[in-house]
Write a protein that binds this ligand. Structure first.
Ligand code: ASP
Ligand code: MG
Length: 408
């Protein structure tokens, strides 16, 4: 078998862990498999590098920043290759560019345009274990690029696809994808299987097991991903593939919480065609993603309120843009509320069960939790609630949809 194994930051945060992984890789290779290793930076090395950069210049140019951030993965790849070598197996650390990860020139969020892993392929033929730096590629101009936070997942999946690997295993410190965040919901359990669509929704709702773009790439290229724990070799983890569901037809597969959102309200804007378009267009031009949007019914005086949510990291920019829009429209005031959370119920079953939304609203009502905004997709229902209700809401909804019982 040809296997791509990716190890996340927490899996390679110390030399002891790197050595333990090296031993496992060697065991797998000795059993006759071709192994390609992909690594993240050690622990929170990337955050540390970002911090260094901001101490030098708060406005570092994104190309130099990418160059700096890429060093995190170079360190871990080199150490991993050395650890494998020491065990008597030949291994070679290799940069994303040498592994043939070709991207566009969008620094910090580069897209993969093609993968040409001829070097990696020929090393495999010679019995050498390639250890590839995750998270980075090279642009058409020959510049080093990075693939967005969490981008080592994308490296692994793209390589698995190009190398026609038989398996793509993504190792982290949790044994797969859970029905809810187990740090908040004590009886949450690991799912054995999920569809790409379900994983996409969960990843974008803040479940941090896999990068959203990586799941999208897996879906497009048909790579089946196995999300596993580095620390529990015997747990099979969660398989993410195209199957809609082999499980008993549940309404909901998992519930997710996102507490890194801010609500911005444009209060008292004119209630006429084009107003919402203007408000959202300006944000889009700034590259700010809007999550949920809600327009309240007109007041007597033909004014309306528009509320939207953005990621916390976009808060300042979104406020500035919305303030301008408000002024241009002659609106009354800007409301900013960072004390919110989004709870989402996700499942392929949402599509076929019109009662899921009602059941979710009922569950929140029974817990005395007020719903501020609602959003839906084909397989997801999201509600914005107060941040202080978030943990209680997650536990309650998890229980109402019976996600803790064992028929996985
Ligand atoms: N080291 C990068 C990050 O922290 C990429 C990754 O870990 O996947 O985002
Ligand atoms: Mg990660």
């Amino acid at each position: 078998m040809r296997i791509v194994q990716k190890f996340g930051g927490s899996s390679v945060k110390s030399l002891e862990l790197i050595q333990a992984i090296a031993e496992r890789v060697v065991r797998t290779a000795s059993a006759g498999h071709e192994v390609v290793v992909v690594v993240s930076a050690m622990g929170d090395a990337t955050d540390h590098l970002l911090d260094l950069a901001s101490q030098v210049d708060g406005q570092s140019s994104p190309d130099n920043l990418d160059f700096l951030l890429a060093t995190g993965e170079m360190t871990s790849a080199a150490l991993m290759a050395m650890a494998i070598n020491r065990l008597g197996r030949s291994a070679r650390a290799v940069m994303g560019s040498q592994a043939g990860i070709l991207t566009d020139g969008h620094f910090s969020e580069a897209r993969i345009l093609a993968v040409r892993p001829t070097t990696v392929e020929s090393w495999l033929g010679e019995g050498i274990i390639p250890v590839v730096t995750g998270f980075q590629g090279i642009s058409g101009e020959g510049r080093l690029t990075t693939l967005g936070r969490g981008g080592s997942d994308l490296t692994a999946i793209a390589l698995a696809s190009a190398l026609k690997a038989d398996a793509c295993e993504i190792y982290s410190d949790v044994p797969g994808v859970f029905t809810a965040d187990p740090r908040i919901v004590a009886d949450a359990r690991a799912l054995s299987q999920l569809s790409y669509d379900e994983m996409m929704e969960l990843a974008s709702q803040g479940a941090q097991v896999l990068q959203t773009r990586a799941v999208l790439y897996a879906r497009q290229s048909g790579v089946a991903v196995q999300a596993r724990s580095t620390f529990d070799e015997h747990e099979p983890g969660t398989r993410i593939d195209e199957k809609q569901t082999s499980r008993a037809p549940r309404w909901v597969t998992a519930v997710a919480l996102d507490t890194h959102l801010t609500k911005i309200g444009l209060v008292g804007v004119p209630d006429r065609p084009g107003v919402a378009a203007l408000a959202l267009d300006r944000l889009a031009q700034e590259g700010i993603n809007i999550d949920l949007v809600f327009q309240a019914l007109s007041h007597d005086d033909l004014r309306a309120d528009i509320a939207l949510t953005v990621a916390d990291r976009d808060r300042e920019r979104a406020m500035a843009v919305s303030q301008e829009t408000l002024r241009a429209l002659g609106g009354r005031s800007l409301l900013v509320d960072g004390d919110i959370a989004k709870i989402s119920a996700v499942g392929a079953g949402v599509r076929n069960h019109p009662g899921v939304a009602a059941a979710m609203f009922r569950a929140l009502a029974d817990a005395g939790i007020n719903i501020q905004m609602i959003g839906t997709s084909e397989i997801k229902i999201s509600c914005i609630i107060a941040r202080s209700d978030a943990e209680r809401a997650l536990n309650h909804v998890h229980q109402v949809f019976e996600l803790n019982d064992s028929q996985g």
